[in-house]
Design a protein around this ligand. Structure first.
Ligand SMILES: CSC[C@H]1O[C@H](OP(=O)(O)O)[C@H](O)[C@@H]1O
Ligand code: HPA
Length: 264
């Protein structure tokens, strides 16, 4: 039995996935443009890794080709996507290094192509349900993996997606906080909604790398240096959770393969 590949989509600070066995780089052409992925195996399971800003972080968040990326994953047979986004904390109880398993989002972006459906295709006008944008089963797998490796992770949080590439003003962050935002980022939307449109299960782990503007103890500006320090410290924690998730899936896949076929 061939299992569908699991996709790992990550961004800032995650430009490769060392755990992948037999990695091969591939460019997937789609109707929306090309996407670069790396395919390989992790604990024996097929995995597709996509780094959304490109190798070396050459693509800013507002110019990522989210449609090509998601279409490419769907075309490769992916059914489940685990995403990683680094974020600024809106909730003052969160600190750099904290992990949040998202359960909702606020779309404060402004000018991105945000759908596969412009009304001209055979499916006509499509209105996608987003009452549970992050897949419940995948979220549970992520949270259980975090618990298994002793990695604290908040169960639930609202990702406030801003257009970028600039950071937010303090007033924008206050607005997002009033609306229930937990963390601020620039890439989580429309990635999640396109995944839903493509029929994929999608869940996201957010790694806090700085207090969002106006949230921290001081009025210091956000710097890439502070973000890189946190990433260097916390990257391994995210990867440990993913490793445990894939390892658990591999164990179940092996157990299933060991079971005798049900008589017809
Ligand atoms: C380097 S801070 C801003 C940058 O980091 C986040 O990227 P990603 O979500 O891909 O990890 C944020 O959205 C911005 O693109
Ligand atoms: O403070 C932030 N705002 C938006 N995106 C981010 N990505 C990392 N930190 C931030």
């Amino acid at each position: 039995m061939t299992l569908p590949p699991l996709a790992v989509v990550a961004g800032t600070g995650f430009y490769d996935l060392d755990a992948l066995e037999g990695p091969t780089e591939e460019t997937v052409e789609t109707a929306w443009g090309a996407a670069r992925v790396v395919r390989g195996h992790w604990h024996g399971l097929p995995v597709v890794f996509l780094t959304r800003h490109g190798a070396g972080h050459s693509v800013p968040p507002h110019l990522v080709n989210y449609r090509a990326n998601i279409r490419a994953l769907a075309d490769l047979g992916v059914e489940d996507v685990v995403a990683v986004n680094v974020t600024g904390s809106i909730d003052p109880d969160l600190a750099p290094g904290d992990l949040v398993c998202l359960d909702d989002f606020l779309d404060l972006t402004r000018q991105r192509p945000l759908t596969f459906f412009d009304g001209s295709g055979p499916e006509g006008v499509v209105h996608t349900d987003v009452s549970a944008p992050y897949d419940t089963g995948l979220r549970r797998e992520i949270l259980e993996a975090a618990a298994a490796v002793g990695q604290p992770m908040r169960d639930g949080g609202v990702y406030a997606a801003f257009e970028g590439p600039r950071f937010e003003t303090a007033a924008e962050i206050r607005l997002a906080r009033l609306a229930g935002g937990t963390v601020a980022g620039m890439t989580g939307v429309p990635e999640v909604t396109l995944a839903l449109e493509a029929g994929l299960r999608y869940a996201a782990v957010s790694l806090v790398v700085n207090p969002a503007t106006g949230v921290g103890p001081s009025d210091e500006p956000i710097t890439m240096d502070e973000i890189e320090v946190v990433l260097a410290r916390s990257r391994a924690a995210v990867l440990a959770v993913l490793d445990e998730l894939v390892h658990t899936r591999a164990t179940f896949a092996t157990d299933d393969a060991d079971q005798p076929e049900e008589p017809a």
